[in-house]
Design a protein around this ligand. Structure first.
Ligand code: XMP
Length: 516
């Protein structure tokens, strides 16, 4: 167990230098879970901050670029040799290049996805207590020769230098991502780095979060602020409502925008959830026709998100004016910002309707540093109903991205909504929802022939997919038991207009969780 510090540490003990990986924030989160506060900074910001103090350790993150690419982020060399440094993926490649090793561009050594790591240097402090096991690799280039004075500490079948460390200096490097859950023993490795190698003491406790968030949000709001809160009834927006209702009272106006994206019965549930979160002023606006008209023949998921975002923004702006609001508050999470390419240097994976809205209202995203399971912990600590705390995530544009390959129409939305409700009922009744983090039912944009009651029927296939994940950044697919698959197929094909059921078992990566 990590040692607990009695002193309050204001400056983070660990600095993560963001070289652009979509997992950079996951390093911060994993360290937080271990009890250590860290800061993720761009190379330029890190260099500035580090000129003012010496942290206990530095991590160079992974990144999509290659060493030497024009415009690639370059970690500052400050404190190299002096404080412990851990290079991850691209970070390892910089260390190898700069310290006298060599890289290989051999594409046959490219690795994407889980690999079996074998720890070969049993004396390594970084790998102390870390057994062989799966690790997530995501790299094109690889280290072909370690720098002088370095030893190889781990290998995989495809990668003869999966990790390395200096024999004399506190410099360590891994080609895989220790921060993601696919890397089963990655947390232990980061714990070794933080506690044993860097000597960090515990300076973060999850219980402090409610008070810290309230304090931070209130500090950002002037006394007379009137706040519109985008309220979808999911765990993120409900946590915000529960955090702020006691502080803002009627000055917090919760707004649900109904563009036809919700599940069966969801609007009623959202209104109840608003009450459970202590919301005193709750409003709902119907923009279904406006949205469908604006979507027109669009089939591309990104284009749909852009249309959804535009209508969402315009509706908030109108509503804000009517209610003389000054601020707009949303439960945007780190994942949303990472995927929208707005946090650190990660590339755009998909746009999010709640990120970068062109509003005159001032926008606040108080949960922007947190991940889903941390929000669930907050929800439990705020004593929200279990149905809210454990609620599966649902994308902002909801059913609009679950009609894929064909334009969205009111009829198709109603069909996919029906299929989703039927599937959920079947899975719940069969008791298989428990191990599932999210399931997706999507209407596929090609009609196929079916035979129903001795007649041929052209209808849509639906795709059913279930995944298990901690942070939704990576996910393993869940193989539904055969009786559940049979029951789903039978129940779903009874819905008029649905003729076939496909099951998708692709993990993330390479697929995303949603079907698009
Ligand atoms: P993907 O499909 O990228 O999704 O693996 C990861 C998580 O994000 C949800 N998701 C969205 N949420 N707006 C959202 O608010 C979106 O456009 C969106 N697309 C996906 C998805 O359901 C999963 O939980």
């Amino acid at each position: 167990m990590p040692r607990r510090s009695s002193a309050t540490v204001d400056l983070p003990q660990l600095i993560i230098i963001d070289l652009g990986s979509q997992y950079s924030h996951v390093i911060v989160r994993t360290l937080r879970e271990l009890g250590y506060r860290s800061a993720l900074l761009s190379p330029a910001k890190a260099e500035k901050l580090l000129s003012q103090y010496k942290p206990k350790g530095i991590i160079w993150s992974g990144g999509a670029a290659c060493v030497g690419d024009a415009g690639a982020p370059v970690p500052p060399k400050i404190y190299l040799n002096d404080v412990p440094v851990l290079g991850v993926c691209l970070g390892m490649q910089y260390l190898a290049t700069w310290l006298g090793g060599a890289l290989s561009k051999d594409i046959s050594r490219k690795e994407y996805g889980p690999r079996e790591a074998r720890v070969i240097a049993k004396h390594s402090r970084l790998f102390a207590g870390v057994p062989d096991g799966p690790v997530l690799c995501s790299h094109g280039d690889s280290v072909a020769k370690v720098p002088p004075g370095f030893t190889v500490t781990a290998v995989s079948d495809d990668c003869p230098i999966l990790a390395m460390e200096s024999e004399t200096l506190p410099i360590f490097a891994v080609q895989f991502h220790p921060e993601v859950t696919i890397t089963t023993h990655g947390k232990r490795l980061l714990q070794n780095f933080a506690a044993d190698i860097c000597g960090c003491t515990v300076d973060w406790r999850p219980e402090d979060l409610i008070a810290a968030l309230r304090k931070e949000i209130v500090a950002d709001l002037p006394k007379n602020a009137r706040v519109v809160h985008g309220f979808s009834g999911g765990v993120d927006s409900t946590v915000i409502a529960a955090l702020l209702s006691p502080v803002l009272g009627e000055r917090l106006v919760a707004l649900t925008i109904d563009g036809g994206q919700f599940r069966t019965g969801e609007l009623e549930r959202i209104a109840h959830t608003a009450t459970a979160a202590g919301v005193q002023s709750y409003h709902r606006l119907d923009v279904r026709d406006e949205l469908l008209n604006a979507l027109g023949p669009t089939t591309d998921a990104e284009a749909k998100r852009r249309v959804f975002k535009a209508i969402y923004g315009q509706t908030i702006e109108r509503f804000g004016e009517q209610h003389r609001a000054t601020h707009f508050l949303q439960g945007t999470l780190a994942t949303d910002l990472i995927e929208a390419g707005q946090l650190g240097g990660a590339s755009l994976i998909k746009s999010h309707h709640n990120v970068g809205l062109p509003l005159t209202l001032q926008q606040l995203h108080p949960l922007r540093h947190l991940f889903k399971h941390e929000i669930r912990d907050l929800a439990r600590n705020l004593k929200l109903p279990p149905a809210v705390c454990e609620r599966m995530p649902f994308p902002g544009p909801g059913m609009l991205v679950r009609v894929f390959g064909i334009p969205v129409t009111a009829e198709r939305l109603s069909l996919v909504r029906k299929a989703d409700a039927v599937a959920e009922a079947v899975l719940r009744e069969m008791g298989v929802l428990d191990g599932i983090s999210q399931f997706v039912v999507a209407l596929c944009g090609a009609t196929t022939v079916g035979v129903k009651g001795d007649e041929r029927e052209y209808g849509y296939p639906v795709v059913v997919r279930a995944v298990r994940t901690v942070d939704f950044m990576t996910a393993e697919s869940v193989e539904l038991p055969s009786p559940a698959r049979k029951a789903l197929t039978e129940a779903l094909t009874q819905i008029p207009g649905i003729t076939r059921v496909f099951f998708d078992e692709t993990p993330k990566p390479p697929a995303t969780i949603e079907m698009e």
